[in-house]
Design a binder for this molecule. Sequence first.
Ligand SMILES: *Cc1c(COP(=O)(O)O)cnc(C)c1O
Length: 445
Amino acid sequence: MHVTAINDSAADSLREAPTKIKATSGGARLFELPADLRGHDMGDAAVTRYSPGSVDDALRAKLAQSGAEDAFFVADLGEVYRQYAQWTKLLPRVQPFFAVKCNPDALVIKLLARLGAGFDCASKGELMQVLSEGVSAGNIIYAHPCKPASHLRYAAAQGVKLMTFDNADELEKISELHPGAKAVLRILADDSSALCRLGLKFGAEPGSAAALLRTAIRLGVQVVGVSFHVGSGCKSEAAFSDAVERARCVFDQAAALGLQLSLLDVGGGFPGRNDTTGLDFNVVARVLSAAIDRHFPQDAYAHVRVIAEPGRYFVASAFSLAVNVVARRRIEGEGTESYMYYVNDGVYGSFNCIVFDHQSPRPRLLHTRGELGVAAGTLFKSSIWGPTCDSIDCIVPSGLLLPELRIGDWLVFDGMGAYTLCAASRFNGFKLSDIVYVDSERALL
Ligand SMILES: *Cc1c(COP(=O)(O)O)cnc(C)c1O
């Protein structure tokens, strides 16, 4: 399955000048309709539908099908497009390399590749996937500081040169297995405010940077730049500016050793649209841009290319998940009534984000009593549970107020595109939720 550009020069001009893209609703006709999207497959989640409509159109169409019961995602590629357009507008100096681990959806990867993004891969499997989508090795950073030897050999064989490191043993490995690598020193950032603190596992202490640079020189490994990650689900824009300042210190230390670094990688941690951390991308972009301009002024640092590794930012708001109430339990208390609802995706599936990504998804009512929209009436204390036999499989604990739902009703969880389906299991014999694609900006057309 291929997404072919209407003409190559249009695609090329996009790649060269991504800042020219405008987020117009309705969108420019940039791409031909992919010939056939039905064959595309991600685990159990086979693509069944593609339309240029809106998320709500797709939800409605799917529910109208007779016998509709399985939970399903609606992915809006137009939303990925809008997020990309916003990025190029607000961070024109920074080229995004999409962090594939966040949502390795083939259509998302194809769209971002067409728009001019690069890719952050962390394993041989991710490298293979992105290369198989036609992405060139030069548009990939292997952004894992601790790589298995066989994965490193694979990167070398495929010509993927940019890669991060944060310790001396990794430099030994790189010098032996991938002597042509362009290494990027990942330093520790202050991630104390983030939902997922990556600094517990990765990142060189700023105080050890000079020693690592000297080791690289001794081993003949070419160091080209500095990277950091402020933590996924970062809640503080100051973490970005602080880390840029730290990176500049390492540039200065390198210069003192005779190395001219040429790459600044500001990592991931950018909030998605309507992110529950409360951090606003507009604010992050403004603060980060100012920090880059202060510590890496354009004139003196014209040779420095700036990249980032956003994951969540591009996809979180692009995927909504519809679940069906398959069972319920009514609980009579003293003068109170409450309900437990059992739905057909859960914590062992797409809602693993509750455990791994520290999210608290909340639903909206989609379809009650055979009708679209919200049932009026009394609100009851309600809890929502996944389909497996385990009691950890709780999506929303009691306390949620909902009108009385019946078996067969539908709920929708928006903002489910990041760190969801990619880590879902088939525990207890339940299948992964399908994806229905829409394209509200006609970004792929
Ligand atoms: C997970 C990760 C990312 C993406 O993080 P987001 O918070 O989703 O933007 C980027 N770079 C590295 C090295 C990562 O581990």
